[in-house]
Design a protein around this ligand. Sequence first.
Ligand code: FAD
Ligand code: EPU
Length: 342
Amino acid sequence: MSLLRDHPLAPLTTFGLQASAKRLWSCSSQQEVQEALGHARSEGWPITVLGGGSNVLLTGDLEGLVLHNCIRGIELIKEEGEDVWIRVGAGESWHGLVMQTLDEGWFGLENLSLIPGSVGASPMQNIGAYGIELEARFHALDAVEVKTGAMRSFSHSECEFGYRESVFKRELKGAYVITHVTFRLSRRPELHLDYGAIREELERAGIEAPSPKDVSDAVIRIRKSKLPDPAEVGNAGSFFKNPVLDDAQFAKLKLAHPEVPHYPAAGGAGTKVAAGWLIDRSGWKGHNRQTHGVHDRQALVLVNHGGATGSEVLKLAEDIQSDVLAKFGVSLEREVNVLPLP
Ligand code: FAD
Ligand code: EPU
């Protein structure tokens, strides 16, 4: 057992907000996760799971037990024609995995380069960027049930993926610890260049026949030009989701603001609108409350300049939500996970 007490959490999260874990257990195997959960059950401790800490906002100390997922390993488990299946430990770094698959010649994750965090959290919100979501390459996952310690596998359909959504953010919130994720990749490149900025970036670099590595490099350059590096300024990426409006809501918004950036929502139902644009147009971009504020190049990202508390950041988020609702009639939903759970 490796149980740490009163452990600071700022270094384990990208927002860098001050908070501590009453108890922290770093688990490096599925058996250790089961052991830690069994111990917590017998002591009556509530459980919080932490991966890379890049999508959480800590508003206070975490009581009970924080289970830090450190399960490693990338295993080729099956090959069929050009397809390969790999099973990956939840504690592997997401970006590290993307880089390793490119080195191996296993393609399909290149558009998701440089997303921070762990592999185990990737199905939580079906991570997405530059025209691809995790679910396109997801095959299955293994998880331990918090209440019983029993193992369960989830197929693609059982995860109920949506835009920045899965069953683990809704009905099964807090109910499972994901230990391994299996992906289906391909040795045959299948490039997704439809997200406008990728083509522009490839053209700028003078690349006419891109490889998956070229796409990855282009995505990395675009991301670095827009998003703050958590090593330099605390943040958790997009703080809000892009809202999906129904036809009537969107028609009204478009009439008043014909220039609003928008995209068809996945599945054909409704229109996704750029929340960053709504926040920017409401005058919040670069807004500064000394310790925290709104990023000056991407209004969807809230930042901790140093010394902010989670409650202060949450208050700023609420002020933005009220203002955007008043100005555009659009409700913004948080993407970031607030801990401790209310
Ligand atoms: P954490 O922050 O540790 O946890 C997130 C949630 O998942 C928490 O509720 C936690 O309890 C739960 N959880 C974590 N691991 C497990 C597990 N093994 N089992 C069960 N529950 C678990 N996201 C995107 O989708 N696209 C982007 O382009 C993107 N860009 C970003 C850019 C920046 C600069 C930053 C800081 C973040 C960005 N994000 C993006 C958000 C974030 O990187 C992802 O959500 C990532 O998957 C979070 O992984 P994590 O390991 O850090 O999760
Ligand atoms: N925009 C503005 N002002 C801003 C920010 C954006 O006008 O301050 C406009 C842009 O000009 C563009 C549009 O809004 O026309 C969309 O902006 P961008 O391309 O930067 O993407 P986004 O919709 O803000 C989403 C994801 C990101 C992901 C990128 C690339 C969500 C909530 N966010 O951002 O994911 O990396 O697309 O695919 O879907 C994350 O989830 O943490 C994240 C960073």
